[in-house]
Design a protein around this ligand. Structure first.
Ligand SMILES: NC(=O)C1=CN([C@@H]2O[C@H](COP(=O)(O)OP(=O)(O)OC[C@H]3O[C@@H](n4cnc5c(N)ncnc54)[C@H](O)[C@@H]3O)[C@@H](O)[C@H]2O)C=CC1
Ligand SMILES: O=C(O)[C@@H]1CCC=N1
Length: 270
């Protein structure tokens, strides 16, 4: 039974994802608080989850874990408001892309532990990939608390903080890339004459089957791809076309752009 009280400061898409995941994992609703900017949003969350919706100052007084779920661009304002009032013994867990733990530490009482977490939306189905890093004052015990929160929502991994922008580019933003590919493949099915619903079902199940094989077979993706690719067959014809369009380079460029954007977010927040 978790002994901590978590306040999700800024329960938007990701804040709600974490909140719902904690509840599914058995975190008692009376050990969860949420704060929102809009009253209507607060009422919606209170009704949906039966948790208390409070203001940021009340959250800071009553919780011993503050999960910061606002956009990185709003984090400075939130910290300017509550930072000075955070009691000793509070753990700050940042869900924010880009922002280093030092950004928070500079706005919190000296010695406040900060853990940087990058999770992703598949947390909604307990299939998240969550990377966790310790800031200057965070100990192994603080990392373990973050793991207690996120392990039930999928997989967790500890990474050094300098890797978090790359993590954000890969697994934080990653679901969007897969959705884009799925969307494009469905349209391709329509182009080939399939009903949209049929194309949707074929693509989603193929994505799921491929993901489960990747996870469970232990095989390298090259090997799995080669097993599909018959000599002079259909697959190699498609792959030839993908290679002509530089799909690998496009992905590398895309992930670099995401990593660079995370760095830019941090620079702009200074
Ligand atoms: N959406 C995603 O897939 C992921 C998002 N993140 C991170 O999660 C954070 C939130 O992202 P989203 O949920 O997508 O954005 P969002 O805009 O849906 O959520 C942010 C929420 O914070 C609230 N908020 C802003 N200022 C506030 C204040 N002073 N007090 C209380 N609430 C306040 C806003 O009203 C909004 O509901 C970002 O820092 C983002 O980098 C991280 C991983 C994945
Ligand atoms: O797009 C973003 O900035 C956030 C962080 C990772 C996923 N979504």
């Amino acid at each position: 039974m978790p002994k901590h009280i978590v306040a999700v400061i800024g329960a938007g898409k990701m804040g709600e994802t974490v909140l719902s995941g904690l509840l599914r994992s058995g975190w008692p609703p009376d050990r969860l608080l949420v704060t929102t900017r809009r009253e209507a949003r607060g009422a919606e969350l209170a009704e949906r989850y039966g948790v208390a919706v409070v203001d940021n100052a009340t959250a800071v007084r009553n919780a011993d874990i503050l999960a910061i779920g606002v956009k990185p661009q709003d984090a400075g304002a939130v910290l300017d408001d509550i930072g000075g009032r955070v009691p000793a013994g509070t753990l700050v867990v940042s869900l924010c892309a880009g922002l280093p733990t030092a950004f928070f530490a500079a706005r919190l009482p000296e010695g406040t532990p900060v853990v940087r977490v990058m999770t992703n939306t598949p947390a909604l189905v307990d299939e998240a990939m969550t990377a966790i890093s310790a800031g200057a004052h965070a100990t192994d015990a603080h990392l373990a608390v973050a793991e207690e929160m996120f392990a039930p929502l999928g997989r967790t991994v500890r990474v050094p903080e300098y890797q978090q922008d790359a993590v954000t580019a890969i697994s934080g933003s990653g679901p969007a890339y897969f959705y884009l590919i799925v969307e494009a493949m469905i349209d391709a099915g329509v182009l080939l004459g399939l009903p949209r619903q049929t194309a949707h079902e074929l693509v989603v199940q193929t994505a799921l089957g491929s993901a489960v094989m990747l996870r469970d077979s232990g095989e390298h993706p090259v090997k799995l791809r080669e097993a599909v690719t018959s000599p002079a067959g259909t697959t190699i014809a498609a792959i030839h076309e993908l290679e002509k369009h530089g799909v690998r380079a496009a992905l590398m460029g895309a992930l670099e752009a995401a990593r660079d954007r995370a760095r830019e977010i941090a620079d702009q927040a200074k």
